[in-house]
Design a protein around this ligand. Structure first.
Ligand SMILES: Cc1cc2nc3c(=O)[nH]c(=O)nc-3n(C[C@H](O)[C@H](O)[C@H](O)COP(=O)(O)OP(=O)(O)OC[C@H]3O[C@@H](n4cnc5c(N)ncnc54)[C@H](O)[C@@H]3O)c2cc1C
Length: 382
C-alpha cells in the first residue's frame, strides 16, 4: 500500500532496507547463536547517519519525528529485532534528554548520539518494580554538588554497551510519584557497574543487564529537568518510543510472512505446492491482513504524535499493543505454514517466533497498554 511518504522518508526507508538486507539478515543467525552484540552493524548504521534520525537539527541530527524513526526500525525489525532493539533502546535512553534536558545537557550528549559515537540506555525497571514503576527503590541523594545513587536496575537493554544511562531514582520519598527524578549516569562513573548479560529466549543480539549503583557519585548537573518530574518524563519517553516497538513488530511480521509465502510456493505435498491448498492460502491471507493493518495503525499513530505531541498516550499504546500482538501471531503462523521445517533453527521463522514474544512484554506489557487505553476511554466518555 502507498503510505504517501515524503521523499526524505522514502530515502530513510531505502537506506535502512539496504542495510537490513546486506548487513543484518546475513548475520542474524550467528548473532543469535553467539548472543553477540551487533557492534559492527551499529557502526554501519552510524555511518549511514541513521542515529541522527530523531535528534534535533540543532544538535547534528535530522530532526525527524516519530514516523521517521518508526520507518527506520521497521526495516531493522524485518531483519532481526535483537539488532532493532539495540538501536531503538538507544533512543529510549536519549529521549529524556531531548524532552526535558537543559540546553547544556543537550549540547553535551546529543551530537555524539547523532553520530553514533555514544549510545544510550534507559533504566527504570527493578526486581520488584516492573509494571508498577512507582515501586522503584533506587535512590539519589544530593551531597554537596553531587548526587549519590544506590540501588539496582534490572533487565536494562544496552547495559554494558551504552555510554549514557538515563536512570530513574527516588530523590524525595515523601513526595510519592512526584518524588522521582531522572539522572544521567555515564559509563565509568565511580560506583556504577553492570551485571553479566542475561540469557534470554530471544533478541539474543541485544544486551540485557543489571545496572548496579553503590554510592555512585555523579555531578549535580546530571539531573534531567526539574527534580520530582521523573515519572512525567518517563511517561512521555515511553509514549514517544512505543510506536517504534510497534514498528519492530510490523517489520518482524513482514519478515515472517515473506519467509512463509516463499516457502509455501516451493514446498510440494500431495503433488502440488502447499500454497495451492486453501487452508494455507487463508493463513497467509490473514497474516497479510495483520501485517498491513498493523503497519497502517503504527504509521497513523506516529503521524498523529508528530502533529499532536500532547495527545500521545492512547494512540501510542494502541499501536504498540496491536502491532506486537500481530507480530506474535504472524510469527507463530509462519512456523505453522512451514511445518517441521519452520521449527528447525536453520529456518529464520524459529528465531522470529522466539523473538516476537518480547514485543508483548517490554516497554510496558500489552495488558498495561490496554489499561492505558481503557483509562483514556474512561476519561473521554465521562
Ligand atoms: C529483554 C528485556 C529488555 C528490557 N529492557 C528494559 C529497559 O531497557 N529498561 C527498563 O527500564 N526495563 C526494561 N525491561 C523491563 C520491562 O519493561 C518489564 O519486564 C515490563 O515492564 C514488565 O514488568 P515485569 O516483567 O516486572 O512484569 P510484572 O509487572 O510482574 O507483570 C507480570 C504479569 O502481570 C501483568 N500485570 C501486572 N500488573 C497488571 C495490571 N495492573 N493490569 C493487568 N495486568 C497486569 C503483566 O501484564 C504481566 O503479564 C526489559 C525486559 C526484558 C525482558
Amino acid at each position: 500500500m502507498d503510505y504517501f511518504l515524503t521523499e526524505q522518508q522514502q530515502m530513510i526507508v531505502d537506506i535502512a532496507r539496504q542495510l537490513t538486507d546486506e548487513k543484518i539478515i546475513p548475520h542474524r543467525a550467528e548473532l543469535d547463536e553467539q548472543h553477540q552484540f551487533p557492534r559492527e552493524i551499529l557502526k554501519q548504521m552510524a555511518q549511514a547517519d541513521l542515529f541522527g534520525v530523531p535528534i534535533p537539527e540543532a544538535y547534528g541530527g535530522f530532526g525527524g519525528g516519530c514516523l521517521d524513526i518508526a520507518l527506520t526500525v521497521e526495516q531493522f525489525g524485518r531483519g532481526c529485532i535483537g539488532v532493532g532493539t539495540a538501536f531503538a533502546a538507544n533512543f529510549l535512553g536519549v529521549y529524556p534528554i531531548i524532552i526535558a534536558g537543559s540546553e547544556a545537557m543537550k549540547e553535551k550528549y546529543l551530537p555524539d548520539v547523532a553520530t553514533g559515537k555514544k549510545f544510550g540506555a534507559f533504566g527504570l525497571t527493578e526486581a520488584n518494580a516492573g509494571s508498577d514503576a512507582s515501586g522503584i527503590q533506587t535512590t539519589a541523594v544530593l551531597d554537596g554538588d553531587h548526587w549519590v545513587l544506590n540501588g539496582t536496575k534490572q533487565w536494562i537493554t544496552n547495559g554494558g554497551e551504552a555510554q549514557i544511562y538515563a536512570v530513574v531514582a527516588i530523590t524525595d520519598r515523601s513526595r510519592g510519584p512526584r518524588g522521582a527524578s531522572i539522572l544521567v549516569v555515564e559509563e565509568g562513573d565511580p560506583g556504577f557497574s553492570c551485571g553479566p548479560k542475561e540469557k534470554k529466549m530471544g533478541i539474543r543480539a541485544s544486551s540485557t543487564t543489571e545496572l548496579i549503583f553503590k554510592d555512585c557519585r555523579i555531578p549535580a548537573d546530571r539531573l534531567v529537568g526539574r527534580q520530582g518530574t521523573g515519572f512525567i518524563t518517563v511517561m512521555k519517553t515511553l509514549d514517544l518510543s512505543r510506536p517504534g516497538i510497534g514498528a519492530l513488530g510490523v517489520g518482524l511480521a513482514q519478515g515472517a510472512l515473506d519467509e512463509a509465502a516463499r516457502y509455501a510456493k516451493q514446498r510440494q505435498q500431495f503433488g502440488k505446492p502447499i500454497i495451492a491448498f486453501q487452508a494455507v492460502q487463508h493463513m497467509l491471507a490473514d497474516m497479510a491482513i495483520g501485517v498491513e493493518s498493523a503497519r497502517a495503525l503504527v504509521y497513523a499513530a506516529a503521524r498523529h504524535i508528530d502533529a499532536h505531541p500532547k495527545e500521545m498516550s492512547k494512540v501510542s499504546a494502541m499501536c504498540k499493543a496491536y502491532a506486537t500482538d500481530v507480530a506474535m501471531k504472524v510469527a507463530t503462523d509462519a512456523v505453522q505454514v512451514m511445518g517441521g521445517y519452520g521449527y528447525m533453527c536453520e529456518y529464520p521463522v524459529e528465531k522470529m517466533m522466539r523473538d516476537a514474544k518480547i514485543l508483548q512484554i517490554y516497554e510496558g506489557t500489552n495488558q498495561i497498554q490496554r489499561n492505558v487505553i481503557g483509562q483514556e476511554l474512561n476519561k473521554e466518555y465521562s
